[in-house]
Write a protein that binds this ligand. Structure first.
Ligand code: HEM
Length: 407
């Protein structure tokens, strides 16, 4: 056996021993860890935790663990000692102490997929800068006057391809719509253009896990084109018509940083929104009364538009869509597009008598709160009207203070 083979043979044992020693060391120093299973080093209970289950349930693993250990328990997940929080109060405490006691800590595989400069994996000043750039681009006035029109235009494009009484996949249609909106906002690529189709093809390959090189090359090509245009037209005259233009004009990010930012925004915006739209269609199919009320709300706005000079939807129309907003909130609550987040404790933290040791992984689970009957009456029921009731709204505000985060 060569030295290298011997080393590789021993490595898992050394790591397992060091993990176990660390675990017991932290346990000794901090005696009041929440109850739970530690499981095997590395693998622990990760497979059970990640086992697929319907989005409208919390899954068997979570049910059994909460029944056995309560809403805060320890486990060995993603190769690390972990505190799982299905507790609304602790979840809120974690989000309120972001950057002070806890920080984002996604598995390193995310860096490989979205890039090391993706906002999801960054912390500290650079995270703040990237977030400011994105938020400044998505300013209130941009949302009000620009995005709303783009959303309407792209919705009509998709709807006009539907034939009466024909079948279609809600998920495919939702993906088409969100991709077109994102491609326009980020890179000014319009629906149906050859380049948009090219980007779509590269994005599908990227999502299949083929490689991120091709899509990054595409984005970089667009960046070079834009830079050339900025030079010839003078950057001060350039319209910030898309996120790429905005970033080039207003930030000093490196090429690598810009590429990761653009790719992760395309991913973050497209995957979440398309699943949410598909889920809304799925939930609405089971609720004819909600469809009827939505139809009435929209017909009322459409009729008023017929009398007005401006035919396109505007911010005032959007604000009138109160029941639509209830449907969106209920879809996000019941659909649980993002089930849980990854965080890490930056220091030893004590919460309700439990110790969370510095360096431990912490997983605030959103789905358990969304489906908790303490907060939502008949939580498995799609009931958009619950968001209308004044006492319910007041209860959510009170619950927020206690720790509930509404969708
Ligand atoms: C229904 C749609 C959406 C859902 C359910 C959703 C959900 C989430 C959640 C739960 C997080 C927090 C992740 C964490 O802190 O660990 C997040 C972060 C983020 N989302 Fe979304 N999102 C949606 C739409 C979008 C859209 C349309 C965009 C972009 C245009 C976007 C861009 C981002 C970015 C950049 C972050 C990271 C922010 C940061 O780290 O500061 N998301 N999203």
């Amino acid at each position: 056996m060569s030295d290298l083979e011997f080393f590789l043979y021993l490595l898992p044992f050394v790591l397992a021993l060091s993990w176990t020693l660390n675990f017991f060391k932290s346990k000794k120093a901090l005696p009041n860890l929440p109850p739970g299973n530690v499981g095997l080093p590395f693998i622990g209970e990760t497979f059970g935790y990640l086992k697929p289950h319907p989005a409208t349930t919390i899954g068997k693993f979570m049910e059994e663990h909460i029944a056995r250990f309560g809403k805060i328990y320890k486990a060995n997940l993603f190769g690390e000692p972990t505190i799982v929080s299905a507790d609304a109060g602790l979840n809120r405490f974690i989000f309120q102490n972001e950057g002070r006691m806890f920080e984002s800590s996604y598995p390193s595989s995310i860096d490989g997929i979205l890039g090391k400069w993706s906002m999801l994996v960054l912390n500290g000043d650079i995270h703040r800068d990237m977030r400011n750039i994105s938020l400044n681009f998505l300013s209130h006035s941009r949302l009000k006057y620009h995005l709303i029109k783009e959303v309407e235009r792209n919705t009509l494009l998709v709807l006009n391809t539907w034939q009466e009484n024909s079948c279609f996949s809600a998920q495919d249609e939702a993906k088409k719509f969100t991709f077109n909106v994102m491609a326009m906002q980020i890179l000014s690529l319009d629906h149906g253009e050859a380049e948009t189709e090219h980007l779509k093809k590269e994005y599908i390959n990227f999502m299949k896990g083929v490689s991120r090189t091709a899509i990054l090359e595409f984005i970089e090509r667009k960046m070079v084109e834009k830079l050339k245009k900025m030079k010839s037209d003078g950057s001060e005259n350039m319209e910030e018509d898309d996120l790429l233009g905005w970033v080039l004009k207003h930030s000093s990010l490196s090429t690598e940083q810009i590429l990761d930012l653009i790719l992760s925004l395309l991913f973050a915006g497209h995957e979440t929104s398309s699943v949410s739209i598909a889920l809304a269609i799925f939930f609405l199919e089971g609720s004819p009364a909600a469809v009827q009320q939505l139809r009435e709300e929209h017909l009322m706005i459409a009729r008023a538009k017929q009398q007005s000079a401006e035919k396109e939807l505007n911010w005032e129309d959007y604000k009138k869509m109160e029941f639509t907003q209830c449907v969106i909130s209920e879809t996000l609550r019941l659909g649980n597009v993002v089930r849980f987040l990854h965080r890490k404790a930056l220091k030893d933290v004590r919460y309700k008598g439990y110790d969370i040791p510095c360096g431990w992984k912490v997983l605030p689970v959103l789905a358990t709160v969304h489906l908790d009957s303490a907060f939502y009456d008949q939580p498995h029921l799609f009931n958009p009207w619950r968001w209308q009731q004044v006492p319910f709204k007041a209860k959510v505000v009170k619950d927020m203070k206690l720790g509930h985060i509404p969708s």
